[in-house]
Write a protein that binds this ligand. Structure first.
Ligand SMILES: NC(=O)C1=CN([C@@H]2O[C@H](COP(=O)(O)OP(=O)(O)OC[C@H]3O[C@@H](n4cnc5c(N)ncnc54)[C@H](O)[C@@H]3O)[C@@H](O)[C@H]2O)[C@@H](O)CC1
Ligand SMILES: [K+]
Length: 482
């Protein structure tokens, strides 16, 4: 099962692996043609009703594979409104090759007399108006076309999903197409099996690696579309740089404000690193259980994403405070560094993303291996046992929620420098404001790694974690679709 949103991410990852979307569209179109052949013999009349997105593009390809049928392809709208280059290229190919195509710009052509468009006469209607790109109920002209398709006594083969179906599992349109058969791509979509339709999943040649390895599509999925969120970094005491790096990374990754709660003895120093931070001090040299109560109140009041751990140290009272905080908080927390050791036997309702390095993972009771990717299954089982998302950091990062597991191969040896784990924690905190925990963790790992790779191009092993901060916006938004 895969949602339409995740499908788009996997598709972008496939492109990065060298399997571009146009190639996938060719496979999709071929699969649609096979489905048509399964319901009608050569010579049968096929009417393709196509929208202006890639769902339509799949059907333009299908038309090319159906030369032995009597096919007419109807485009809903004008050709110059086709929304993607690959769909347009496939439409243009039909034009140049003299396929029977027609652009329907007036939906009354469907409303007034369906037979004028041959829908009743057809043996098969291919519904390629809308796929995973839909939002909301069908709008015109698709709404009228859907009515006409549903009114025709003709077998309907839907491309990917029936038009009007929400492949992200939300509310389906009331005015959706009722399909007899659905050819969906790569994996089934949530809710498809509840339809009264015969659903086939077509393998369109997406490599497993596009799902397994984190790539640009994972960044697309978690990419913030504006500033939001006020992460609360509970850190500092024996160390001061770590919370400052995490807080600054969160700002670079879209947080509106970064708050750092730190002991009075170091608050000034943390503030001194950056005028962009809001540092709130508490009386003490380290975090203690007496302070945890106040921090909890603040975090609850603002429903902050919390980063707990950077620079806190391992004093018994600090770990006790971390435990108490986590046992009472019900929000989202990135648990990093020293605070990780309290997680294994913790009772909490909070949503945790734990970010251990190899040593910390072993300390928590997880596997101890050189290459974390080799132990991905064990780390998955470990996360399932914990009941939290684990982002295990190494040359390869393993990101898992105990059921789904992804591996981030990005990064470079120069990132062995201190502080890159802190930037990662801050990035994940910012992304948690926009994305699901697993998606935020996977994208965060990738963004951090790519930032390091970019610096390594000119600075080899000589860059610092603080240098990574300025790279983050370009990695997050530089490659965004226009
Ligand atoms: N993601 C993938 O990996 C692949 C996707 N493919 C195809 O691409 C499809 C998704 O393509 P797109 O993202 O271009 O999206 P669609 O083709 O589903 O539709 C996008 C268009 O629909 C319009 N639209 C949105 N909501 C509407 C509504 N309620 N009423 C009327 N019009 C509406 C939008 O303005 C946009 O022009 C998939 O369903 C599948 O058929 C395949 O080609 C192969 C691989
Ligand atoms: K469709």
């Amino acid at each position: 099962m895969i949602t339409g949103e995740r499908m788009a991410a996997v598709d972008a990852n496939a492109a990065a692996l060298g399997v571009p979307r146009k190639q996938l569209m060719e496979s999709s179109g071929h699969a649609v043609a096979r489905a048509v052949r399964a319901v009608a013999d050569p010579g049968a009349r096929v009417v393709v009703v196509a929208g202006r997105g890639n769902n339509g593009g799949d059907a333009f390809v299908a038309a090319r594979f159906l030369d032995e049928y009597d096919v007419t392809t109807l485009l809903l709208g004008r050709a110059d409104q086709i929304g993607t280059e690959i769909a347009r290229e496939n439409w243009d190919a039909l034009q140049r090759s003299d396929y029977d195509t027609r652009s329907v710009t007036d939906s009354s052509e469907f409303a007034s007399d369906a037979t004028a468009l041959d829908l009743d006469e057809a043996d098969v209607i291919v519904d390629a108006m809308l796929g995973t790109g839909i939002s909301g109920d069908l709008r015109e002209p698709a709404a009228t076309a859907a009515r006409a398709i549903n009114d025709a006594a003709t077998t309907v083969v839907a491309v990917d999903v029936p038009s009007g179906f929400d492949a992200d599992g939300g509310d389906h349109a009331d005015n959706a197409v009722e399909a007899d058969r659905v050819v969906t791509f790569h994996d089934t979509k949530p809710g498809l099996d509840e339809l009264a339709a015969d659903v086939t999943v077509a393998d369109i040649g997406i490599p497993d690696a596009a799902e397994r390895f984190v790539g640009p599509g994972d960044i697309d999925l978690a990419r913030p579309d504006g500033r939001a969120g006020r992460p609360y970094i509970i850190g500092g005491g024996p160390y001061t740089g770590a919370p400052a790096l995490a807080a600054q990374a969160a700002l670079r990754a879209s947080a509106e404000l970064s708050f750092v709660a730190a002991p009075e003895s170091v608050a000034g120093e943390i503030q001194g690193y950056s005028e962009d931070l809001i540092v709130q001090s508490y009386e003490s040299d380290v975090l203690t259980p007496e302070r945890a109560e106040d921090l909890l109140e603040t975090a609850e009041q603002y429903d902050n994403v919390v980063v707990l751990g950077p620079g806190l140290g391992t004093a018994d009272e600090t770990l006790e405070a971390a435990r108490q905080f986590l046992e009472s908080y019900t929000g989202r927390v990135v648990v990093d560094a020293d605070a990780l050791e309290v997680v294994p036997d913790l009772e909490t309702e909070a949503t945790l993303v734990c970010t251990p390095n190899r040593r910390e993972l072993a300390g928590m009771g997880g596997p101890d291996v050189d290459d974390l990717a080799d132990a991905a299954d064990e780390i998955e089982a470990f996360a399932a046992e914990l009941g939290h998302v684990v982002l295990a950091k190494g040359a390869n990062d393993v990101i898992t929620d105990g059921e789904r597991t992804r591996i981030s191969r990005s990064g470079t040896v120069g990132m062995k420098v201190g502080g890159t784990g802190d930037t990662l924690a801050g990035i994940v905190a910012a992304l948690l404001e926009h994305a699901e925990p697993l998606d935020a963790a996977a994208a965060g790992a990738h963004v951090n790694g790519v930032a390091g790779e970019r610096l390594a191009e000119t600075q080899a092993f000589g860059f610092l974690a603080s240098d990574m901060l300025e790279e983050l916006p370009a990695v997050l938004w530089g490659g965004a679709d226009e």
